[in-house]
Design a protein around this ligand. Sequence first.
Ligand code: FE
Length: 202
Amino acid sequence: MPQINNDSMFKISYGLFVITAKAEKDNGCIINTVQQVTQEPLKITVAVNKDNYTHDMIKESGIFNVSVLTESVPFDVFERFGFVSGRDKDKFEDFSDVARTENGLLYLTKYSNAVISGKVIAEIDCGTHTIFVADVAEALKLSDEKSVTYQYYFDNIKPKPAQKKKGYVCKICGYVYEGDELPEDFICPWCKHPASDFEPAE
Ligand code: FE
């Protein structure tokens, strides 16, 4: 039997991004899945979890913005955009470091070195996620600051889980489940990953 070691997935390097869309209100979430796929003409793909409100907005409107996050991004930006649902909350409330691209969508003017506007031309249903293939409608460079990587986030931005806490920690986002046993069907409330992505807290 071929073995599947989930840790091998952590060896893939990723960037981190805020993807924004709009329906009655502006919304956005954190993703790590933006790829340029072609140069001429420019096309990108993004993969978005179907549980995210932003996902439904992109599916309906066919447009989105990707703000490329930089190493200066503080943890509270991940809390704001990654750990609450836009269904319950206006994520842009009290957040003034934004502007709009020509498609009318917001992007981050701080902690971001570029914004790319996508116009969806195809969708691939991947079960928990949808991959959107998009033409690049607009692309602005905002600064020369270094883009943040997932590894950098883990090493420098994400708070270290409390060492004495008993429980299970999400390997993806750092959420700590406090309890002796992690339910098999547990879903991380922050990043929506399953129990298999948790490890015992030490
Ligand atoms: Fe998580």
